[in-house]
Design a protein around this ligand. Structure first.
Ligand SMILES: Nc1ncnc2c1ncn2[C@@H]1O[C@H](COP(=O)(O)OP(=O)(O)OP(=O)(O)O)[C@@H](O)[C@H]1O
Ligand code: SF4
Ligand SMILES: [Mg+2]
Length: 322
């Protein structure tokens, strides 16, 4: 059994512009210790997927209309909010893009990490101070004893992200969800944070869902990729398979439009058009307005996500063949 199994998840938002179907039948699974990258353009539903797993969809205006999220065999959507928070509060951790917004500005960072242990009753009070120092050391904060009494605003963006990572891994979660954790940082710091995240993840053999736009990061960190488009997963494959032999026309477009190692930037080809209007999605396949392979069937029938080989799935009537 997979550690996390998301099936047919549908999430909508009631907005002034109309009803937005942010997730329109999202299904994927995550094995223990596996790193899954969630890849897709802005607005494709990556963060809403993370919010639904973490019970953070704002209701209203949001609502989970359908589907199931099974974590360790239990359907989270069938549990009461309290039972759900008790079950996974310390077993699934979320790292945001913006550490400054996620950390509490009025408490020293060491105190905030210590609270993680206190709230979840995981450690006798006498051991907490040393555990905080060990964590700050593990995430590469110099002079942890001196810096643990400082406040979030006294740290650089990269250092704050290290502190968020320390908080996320403090309780050795089964799953870390990292939602574009490096987007707000300088390029050199980005690479350090990705390395750090991978190091601390391996220490406790946690699984990870890594949300990103960046193919370079996917290649470095992920085992498997799920490509999202307009609230659906359109392809899942190992990183190698996706890079060598993508089958969904959108995945092929993504790969052709982004620079990769050793690639010539002058050869990049953008995907024509832009993401669909979320309140007026095209019928059938939502990618059809941008797809060079589209035929009549694509406007009439939604392509289901179907196996195309061991561990591979594609949602397309006319997938690219090797
Ligand atoms: N609180 C909200 N109210 C209304 N609509 C929302 C809300 N949160 C998300 N949405 C909508 O849901 C859709 C999916 O958004 P989501 O934030 O998951 O995209 P994303 O893939 O994470 O994009 P990005 O790469 O820009 O972070 C978008 O159309 C977005 O406008
Ligand atoms: S189903 Fe049709 S429109 Fe959609 S990606 Fe495949 S070929 Fe293109
Ligand atoms: Mg997002």
């Amino acid at each position: 059994m997979a550690l996390l199994e998301v099936k047919d998840l549908q999430v909508s938002f009631d907005t002034a512009a109309g009803n937005i179907l942010a997730l329109n039948g999202v299904s994927f699974s995550l094995e223990r210790g596996e790193v899954l990258a969630l890849l897709g353009e802005s607005g494709s539903g990556k963060s809403v997927t993370a919010s639904a797993i973490m019970d953070l969809v704002p209701d209203p205006p949001g609502a989970i209309n359908e589907g199931s999220i099974c974590f360790d065999g239990l359907d989270l959507l069938q549990l009461s909010r309290t039972a759900r928070r008790d079950l996974c509060g310390d077993r699934i951790a979320l790292i945001f893009q913006d550490a400054l917004a996620a950390l509490n500005p009025v408490y020293p960072v060491g105190w905030q990490i210590a609270e993680m242990f206190r709230i979840h009753g995981r450690m006798p009070e006498g051991g907490i101070e040393q555990a905080v120092l060990d964590l700050l050391t593990a995430v590469g904060i110099p002079d942890p004893a001196g810096r643990k009494t400082q406040y979030p605003h006294e740290f650089s963006g990269g250092m704050r992200q290290r502190i968020m990572i320390a908080m996320a891994v403090a309780l050795e979660p089964d799953i870390i969800i990292a939602d574009e954790p490096t987007t707000a940082l300088d390029v050199t710091i980005q690479a350090q944070i990705v390395d750090l995240l991978e190091r601390v993840r391996k220490r406790s053999d946690a699984a990870m869902i890594f949300i990103t736009h960046d193919l370079g990061v996917v290649a470095e960190i992920a085992d498997r990729v799920a490509v999202m488009y307009a609230g659906r997963i359109v392809e899942t494959a190992s990183v190698f398979e996706l890079f060598e032999d993508a089958r969904h026309p959108y995945s092929v477009g993504l790969l052709a439009s982004q620079p990769r190692m050793n690639s010539d930037e002058s050869e990049l080809v953008p995907i024509p058009g832009s993401g669909p209007n979320p309140v007026a999605l095209p019928s059938g396949c939502t990618f059809r307005t941008r797809c060079s392979r589209a035929q009549d069937l694509c406007a009439r029938v939604v392509p289901a996500l179907q196996p195309v080989g061991p561990g591979r799935q594609v949602a397309c009537h006319f997938p690219v063949t090797p």
